[in-house]
Design a protein. Structure first.
Length: 412
């Protein structure tokens, strides 16, 4: 049931409200059970059969409600309804804190799926923090699950670029039995980013000795040669800067004169190429094509004839029509002849890898320059993007970090 998606109907909303109402009642019942259990030291085997059944029903109900909300949460994600997604993630986690997937998937939603496309720097940073805090809560409920430690470490390594805080969580995942091989790889990568090269070498060597050679061998050889990647990679900071700066795009003012200047300097970008509207008849042999030309010369209609004899199944039913197309869209032999024809003129036989063609050009549309009015939005987007890139480069040069913790830049 978990992981399914679907649209929420009015009936489902009603059932959801009913479930939440019942859940509130059950919470108080569960609280009374828990209070008495602690007060009288009632372990499950010492409970009466009725109390055991009631406790089981409460637990089962919580899991059913969590399952239903998980489906609901999935539908919110697919519809992009982030305002409903966030509280639903939290509610599912509270209902079923042992449901590992809600912690890992929920944190990923916060740190990536919601944060990355957010148009506000404040929301970006809030969601990254919320993803971090959410995983910390999950780890408190599930301290021996490597997935949650690793997800928190990865969030800090990749999204926050905070290698110092990432390492303890990735090492915690590594210390848990039955972790996958990539967890050890991430420990080594994180140690390298922190400048602890000898420890990283030792770990890669251990991977090789145990037969876990890919990508251990390449990384170990690189470190032996002194090719060490410490600190935050410049490309990571540049990408982060572009993401952050794009949030300010709507606030960047571009005067009309600047739009005109860019348009005039880049008119080649706004040229609409010459186009023709044509039909063709495709035949399997030169002799068949010659017979078609004879029939056309006698006055037969081109489209009607194409529908009868053309072997191009894609255009036969529409009279051989190819619609409008510009240079380069057809094979070179066809292209060259078609664009040399005048309107309402018919070609000779044209051989291509597809067979033998007879072409008729019905309309020619000359190339033209689109006006600034037509392309104003595209021009502004390009000017703004250039300004964003310039801002990123200027801030990088000044040591700006876009919320990244104080860690040294990669020296290479």
């Amino acid at each position: 049931m978990r992981g399914l998606s679907g649209n929420i109907s009015k009936a489902q909303k009603f059932y959801l409200l009913a479930l939440v109402g019942i859940f509130i009642i059950m919470v108080f019942v569960k609280k009374d059970i828990e209070t008495d259990r602690i007060k009288y030291d009632m372990v499950p085997e010492n409970l009466s059969p009725s109390d055991q059944v009631l406790g089981g029903l409460v637990g089962a109900f919580r899991e059913i409600t969590a399952d239903y909300l998980w489906v609901t949460m999935d539908s919110f994600f697919h519809s992009g309804d982030w305002q409903r997604l966030v509280p639903t993630i939290d509610l599912v986690a509270r209902l079923d804190p042992k449901f590992i997937q809600v912690w890992s998937v929920g944190a990923w939603h916060f740190a990536y799926n919601i944060s990355v496309p957010a148009s506000s720097v404040k929301i970006k940073e809030q969601m990254i923090r919320q993803g971090d805090e959410f995983l910390q809560r999950g780890i408190k409920h599930n301290p021996h699950i490597y997935d949650l430690h690793f997800e928190l470490g990865w969030n800090r390594f990749d999204r926050q670029l905070d290698y110092q805080r990432a390492l303890p969580e990735i090492e915690a995942a590594y210390a848990i039995k039955d972790h996958p091989h990539y967890v050890r790889h991430m420990v080594a990568h994180t140690l390298e980013r922190l400048g602890r090269i000898e420890e990283a070498k030792k770990l890669w060597k251990q991977c090789i000795d145990e037969g876990d050679c890919s990508p251990a061998f390449g990384n170990y050889s690189r470190l032996l040669k002194g090719d060490c990647r410490t600190g935050v990679p410049m490309y990571k900071l540049r990408n982060r800067g572009q993401e952050w700066e794009k949030c300010l795009a709507d606030k960047i003012e571009v005067p009309e004169s600047e739009l005109e200047a860019y348009y005039n300097a880049h008119k080649d970008l706004y040229m609409e190429p010459e186009k023709i509207q044509a039909r063709h008849i495709l035949l399997s042999s030169r002799a068949a094509a010659a017979r078609v030309l004879e029939r056309l010369e006698k006055g037969e209609d081109f489209a009607a004839l194409a529908s009868k004899v053309s072997i191009d199944k894609g255009t036969q039913e529409i009279g051989g029509s190819l619609g409008l197309f510009s240079r380069g869209q057809m094979v070179p032999e066809f292209d060259r002849v078609a664009f040399a024809l005048k309107e309402n003129h018919i070609s000779g036989i044209v051989k291509t890898k597809f067979g033998y063609h007879v072409i008729k050009v019905e309309k020619r549309i000359p190339a033209r320059l689109k006006s600034l009015k037509e392309v104003k939005t595209q021009v502004r987007d390009k000017v703004v993007d250039n300004k964003i890139q310039a801002n990123v480069q200027r801030k990088l040069a000044a040591g700006y970090r876009w919320g990244v913790p104080e860690i040294k830049l990669e020296e290479k």
